[in-house]
Design a protein around this ligand. Structure first.
Ligand SMILES: [Mg+2]
Length: 219
């Protein structure tokens, strides 16, 4: 019996790629204003490199290709602090609508607090959750330490096994909540960042849409 659900954020409740592209748009706009590089040009270059699988060095790569004298830190800051326009996955919207107020709901996400808060605000979901915990990766805090799960569960006051954690990362979203005794649910989304990462630790349930959680609540 599942009596509380805690969700991961990126690629679980909304498509992370949408955030990435909205950040690229903000950076491209800045480069157009400052260096007269057409925004569409830098945006296309960033999008193309991202879809090719480039990660982490995306802005260094862009500046190099455009031969621009611009500190990469400026672009990273614009990306991380821009105000995105995001929408929930339709199944996420449905399940939150169905469960809000009916059982404790939480979010545990790892990232830069300002960035994660901007995403949550843009999605307009602050009030759908009993508790939201953002682990600040900048200070080395992540889900793997387990503290955030323990803190979340303390407030819920239900047996650990009756709390489910739902995420898309087959490693990080499964191992720790499983070791703590929670029910683990892996969501496999077609275009997610971790869609092709192999499953090493078997979750209790594997789903492809959050709507598959509903029958689990009745079993
Ligand atoms: Mg995720």
């Amino acid at each position: 019996m599942i009596k509380a659900i805690i969700f991961d954020l990126d690629d679980t409740l909304y498509p992370e790629r949408a955030y990435v592209l909205s950040g690229f748009r903000a950076v491209a706009k800045y480069l157009e204003q400052k260096h007269r590089i057409p925004a569409q040009k830098s945006f296309s270059m960033l999008e193309e490199a991202f879809d090719r699988g480039l990660r982490k060095k995306n802005f260094n790569d862009l500046l190099q290709h455009l031969n621009l004298n611009e500190p990469v830190e400026n672009l990273i800051k614009i990306y991380r602090t821009h105000t995105p326009t995001l929408k929930l996955y339709p199944d996420a919207e449905k399940i939150l609508h169905a469960l809000k107020g009916k059982m404790p709901l939480g979010i545990i996400t790892d990232g830069i607090p300002e960035t994660q808060n901007n995403k949550i605000r843009s999605l307009g979901i602050e009030n759908s959750f009993t508790k939201i915990i953002i682990n600040d990766i900048g200070s080395g805090t992540t889900k793997t330490q387990g503290t955030s799960f323990a803190t979340m569960l303390e407030g819920f006051n239900i047996p650990t096994k009756e709390a489910a954690y739902v995420g898309d990362n087959p490693e990080k979203d499964i191992t720790t909540p499983h070791n703590l005794g929670m029910t683990t649910i892996l969501i496999r989304r077609k275009n997610g960042e971790y869609a092709h990462v192999a499953i090493t630790k078997r979750p209790d349930h594997i789903i492809t849409t959050l709507e598959e959680i509903m029958p689990l609540l009745r079993s």
